[in-house]
Design a protein around this ligand. Sequence first.
Ligand code: ZN
Length: 179
Amino acid sequence: MLPAIRLISKAAELAARRHNGMARKGRGNEPYINHLAEVANLLATATDGADAELVAAGWLHDVIEDTDTTRDEIAQRFSDRVASLVVECTDDMSLPKAERRQKQIADAPHKSPGAKLIKIADKISNIGARIHSDPSAEELEDLADYTGWAEKVVAGCRGGNGALDRIFDDTVELARSTL
Ligand code: ZN
């Protein structure tokens, strides 16, 4: 396997290229890479840099779902574990949104410990992006709806990392305080 710093910078570069031109949902339509950087950094911080493959998978967690990148390519360029973590965080986009959401809740408890951490970091980032300083009624509804669902997904992912669980709870509390 590549040294940790190389593995992670290579993942960041591939993510930047593959998600180029995409915008994330939520506040200010930030470039998509901002979301990936936030998720990767939450994982690196919460685990105190102990797991390079986890952080690389954080950079890449949406790359199969949102681009034409395949599991094989990730396994080849990075490692089988990085590829598996990304696959575990990939929704079946052929399903309607309501079913995908239900499936995330049902599948969460059966994910690997690393995938559970990525899912928590993903929800922290996505709730945070939906907290607006001067929200419209539609934005408030979206925040309430997303947060309620994210709590159900995260209920099945908790317990592996206390720091990440606490950041999630703080983010939910902040979201609820604006509703
Ligand atoms: Zn994501």
